[in-house]
Design a protein around this ligand. Structure first.
Ligand code: PLP
Length: 398
């Protein structure tokens, strides 16, 4: 819904310029029709969320008067010391480079507002996580779409554009288990992207919310990013501990810490003290706890990805090109038959009670048609039986 002229009057240019959410946000949060199976998600499986441990930690917090009072007072703008220390150890960087955020989107917004000048051009993944384009609107709508290949962001493509004179303020990519394209950026391309950033003087906004969720393949590492003054690494507890916490973090180059904090002093002051206190307790009381949460989740997601792929092969043989994911929450199969109209398939699938995100939704360049040949299935919060049933319904839609 777009605002009418009366609602627009009195708004700042920034507020007027923000696009209304489409599809993803509305469709993901709307209750699906009764009986429909939703593969829209991108959210953790309910059984992967450590509810009991969280309950215990919260109770302990309120039984400890000093901790409870600390949880009700202001916290440092960059985050509580113990939480920053834990995150710094997890990332392998100095704690002075950590800023605790209110989730990944907040981290992306802070990054955009800090390093993207109004009207500047930003290179973005294509297909792209649309949430980043929304954050980017606070500074610019000028993007340079860069194809995402089997080994991630096409660094060579960007290098050619830069050599041809294009200038960018930042490059945005999801390096591990891309949303939506499920691939990871190879180690050599991580290094090459950072070398380009250092040579041409732009920032790399590294959005990495799925990094922890590996269940196959080789870790391509984040040392190239953490070792550079040109990378802003954005992560979140959303995919491991749940989106409802709204807690994430930034790994910043030293020189960006003070500017990001000055910005946040004017926005939200700091992430909720009580929320940080509970998470900090969970992470530090038992040093192996978070690893165990991640291990349980990845075992579950490996099984679910496998069940979905097997069902697609069995019930729709040859209908899709499928690459088995090595982690994350998404499958991004490509329709093999050009005669299949993805828009019609999407409508028929919904009529048969299965919902997914059409690939077109993620195209960064509207002229680019390749994303439209893909479907994004989120398998994380559906059981294997539900996934098999979803594919049965999809086969009917075919
Ligand atoms: C690529 C990517 N970045 C950022 C986010 C936002 O994370 P958060 O919910 O912590 O704001 C998401 C959430 O789906 C995502 O897929």
């Amino acid at each position: 819904m777009t605002a009418g002229p009366e609602e627009q009057s009195g708004l700042t240019a920034l507020a007027r310029g923000l696009s209304a959410p489409k599809g993803f946000v509305d469709a993901s949060l709307a209750a699906p029709a009764p009986g429909a199976i939703s593969l829209l998600g991108g959210i953790p499986a309910p059984v992967a969320l450590p509810v009991e441990a969280i309950g215990r930690a919260s109770e302990q917090l309120w039984q400890d008067p000093d901790a409870a009072v600390a949880g009700l007072q202001y916290a440092p703008a960059r985050g509580s010391a113990a939480l920053c220390d834990w995150i710094a150890r997890w990332e392998g960087v100095d704690p002075s480079r950590i800023v605790v955020t209110n989730g990944g989107m907040h981290g992306l917004s802070l990054a955009v507002l800090t390093v993207v000048e109004r009207g500047a051009t930003v290179a973005v993944d294509d297909p792209v996580f649309p949430g980043f384009l929304w954050a980017l609107e606070m500074s610019t709508t000028r993007t340079l779409p860069v194809p995402v290949l089997a080994d991630g962001f096409d660094v060579e493509h960007l290098a050619r554009r830069l050599a041809g004179g294009t200038r960018i303020a930042a490059a945005y990519t999801v390096p591990d288990f891309h949303n939506p394209a499920q691939v990871s950026l190879s180690a050599s391309k991580r290094q090459a992207l950072i070398e380009l950033a250092e040579r041409y003087g732009f920032y790399v906004i590294v959005d990495n919310p799925y990094r922890e969720l590996r269940f196959g393949g080789q870790d391509q590492g984040v040392a190239a990013f953490h070792g550079s003054d040109r990378a802003i690494h954005v992560n979140t507890f959303t995919k491991t501990l749940g989106p409802g916490w709204r807690v994430g973090w930034l790994v910043l180059p030293e020189h960006l810490v003070a500017p990001v904090i000055r910005l946040r002093n004017r926005l939200d002051v700091h992430t909720s003290s009580v929320t940080q206190a509970v998470i900090e307790r969970l992470l530090t009381d038992d040093v192996l706890w978070f690893d165990q949460v991640v291990r349980n989740a990845t075992a579950l997601y490996r099984e679910r990805a496998g069940a979905l792929i097997d069902a697609l092969h069995e019930q729709l043989p040859g209908a899709f090109d499928i690459v088995a994911p090595e982690g994350g929450l998404f499958l991004w199969p490509r329709l093999t038959d050009d005669a299949v109209d993805p828009a019609a398939l999407f409508r028929r699938a919904a009529a048969h009670g299965v919902l997914y995100q059409p690939g077109e939704f993620f195209a960064a360049d509207p002229r680019q048609r390749s994303s439209a040949r893909h479907l994004r299935f989120s398998y994380s919060d559906r059981t294997p039986d539900e996934l098999r049933e979803a594919v049965r319904r999809l086969a009917l839609a075919f």
